[in-house]
Design a protein around this ligand. Sequence first.
Ligand SMILES: Cc1cc2nc3c(=O)[nH]c(=O)nc-3n(C[C@H](O)[C@H](O)[C@H](O)COP(=O)(O)OP(=O)(O)OC[C@H]3O[C@@H](n4cnc5c(N)ncnc54)[C@H](O)[C@@H]3O)c2cc1C
Length: 434
Amino acid sequence: MSLSLFHPAFKPKPFWWEAFEPTPLERADVPAKTRVAIIGAGYAGLACALELSKHQIEAVVLDAEMPGFGASSRNGGMVSGGVSIGKRYSGKNTSEELLALYADAADSFTLIENLIVEEKIECEWKRTGRFAGAWCRQHYDAMQKKVELLNEGADAGAYLLPRERQREEIGSDYYYGGMVVMRSAHLHPALYFKGLLEAVKRRGVTICAKAPVRSLSQSNGHWTIDTTRGNLDASEIVVCTNGYTGAVTPELQRRVIPVGSYIIATEELPSEIAESLIPKDKSIYDTRRVLTYYRMSGDRKRLIFGGRAKFGQYTPEETAPLLYKFMCDRFPQLKGCRITHAWTGNVAFTFDEMPHMGKLDGLHYALGCNGSGVAMMTYLGTMNALKIAGVGNYHCAFDREEFPTNPLYHGNPWFIPLVGRYFRVRDWLDRHLS
Ligand SMILES: Cc1cc2nc3c(=O)[nH]c(=O)nc-3n(C[C@H](O)[C@H](O)[C@H](O)COP(=O)(O)OP(=O)(O)OC[C@H]3O[C@@H](n4cnc5c(N)ncnc54)[C@H](O)[C@@H]3O)c2cc1C
C-alpha cells in the first residue's frame, strides 16, 4: 500500500464531519413513557419524529450512538427520485406495481426538496441531475427501457447520452455512454442531517443519544423498551436502524443484509482540473456490479469518490487505495493527488432489493435502503408517522405485506465476500466479452 496517496492531514473520518460532526447532544435522560418510541436517529427516525410532532403525537427517539452516527452523516449525498429502485425489476415489465413504486420514489424526491425549503435547511442542495455511466455496451442498450420507465413512473427527465457525447457530462472516456436523469440532486449529507435534527428539536421531541436498546417486551398492548439508560414504555415502536439493525429485532435483522460502503475525498484540486471532471456538477454512478459513485464537493473543489471497494467490513485505510485506483481508472488526470479523508458506513440490502416499510411482530419499521436512502429513508420515516397518525387513506407502495428473508440467513452476512468475487467475475465478463 502506498502511503504517499494519503495527505499529511489525512483523517479516517467523513469529510462531511468538518462541517457537522455528530455529538451526544445534551444527553437527555430516557423518559419513563411516551406514545411512540423510535429506534434509530438517522434520516428515517428523525423524519418520523418530525411528522409525528406535526400531528401532536408524542415521540422519543433513541440511538445507540450519537444521532446521525449511522449512514445519515456518512453517505455520498446523492439524491435520487427512484433511479435505483427495483434494480432487479427494471427493464422486465411495466407492471402497475412497478409504476406505483416509481411514483412513490418520485414522491420521496418531492418530499425531501420541500422539507429542505420548509425547514430552511442549508445543506448545499443542488438539483443538477445525475449521470449513470454504462460499464459495457450491453448495459447501455438496456438503459433505453429504464429511461422509459423512469419517465413514465417518476417523470424523471431521463435520456440516453451516447458515448461520443459523454464528455458533456464527465471528463473521461471510461464508459460506453450512459443515462442522464435530470430529476436528481446532491446535498451535504451531514448538514441535511443537522437541519433535520434542529427541526425535530425545535418541536420539543426528546432525542436520547448513547441509549442503545437492549431488548423489547410487550404486555397488555404496551411495549417496554429496555435501554442501557433506563426503561421506556410506549404504545408503538418504529424501528429505523437500517444497516445497523441488530439482535434486538431478530425478525427484522433476518430481512436486512448490512454491507459496508466506502468513500474517499481528495484534497482541493487545481481549479482547471476540478472544473473539468464533472462539468455540469452532476452526481455520477456506474452500472458495474462492483459499483462506484462520485460527485464534486459542494464548493466543487474536491472529488468525493465512493464505492463497494471491498466486500465485508474493512477499515477506511484498507479500502482507500482501491477506491483511489478506481478513481484514477476513470480520471487518469487525478493520479498523484492525495486523499484527505476516507470513511465507511453500513447500508442495508434486502432480498428483493427493495426498501420496505410495514409492521412485523407488532413493530413498525422503515428499512432496506439498498444503498440509496437519502430521500427514500426520509420518506419512509414520514410515511410511518402518517400511518400511525391515521392521516389520509393513501397506501404507500413500499408498505407491503411481503418482506422476504432466507431460511438460512439469521443476520450474519458471511456470504458477502463470495458475492464480491462473483460480481468481479461478472463485471470482467460483461466488460470484455459483451
Ligand atoms: C458510505 C455510504 C454512502 C452512501 N451514499 C448514498 C448516496 O449517495 N445517496 C443515497 O441516497 N444514499 C446513500 N447511502 C445510504 C443512506 O446513507 C442511508 O440509506 C440512510 O442514511 C439511512 O438512514 P436511516 O435513518 O435509515 O439509518 P441510519 O442513518 O444508518 O441510522 C440508523 C441508526 O440506528 C441506530 N441503532 C441501531 N441499533 C440500535 C439500537 N439497538 N438502539 C438504538 N439505536 C440503534 C444506529 O446507531 C444508527 O444511528 C449511503 C450510505 C453509506 C454508508
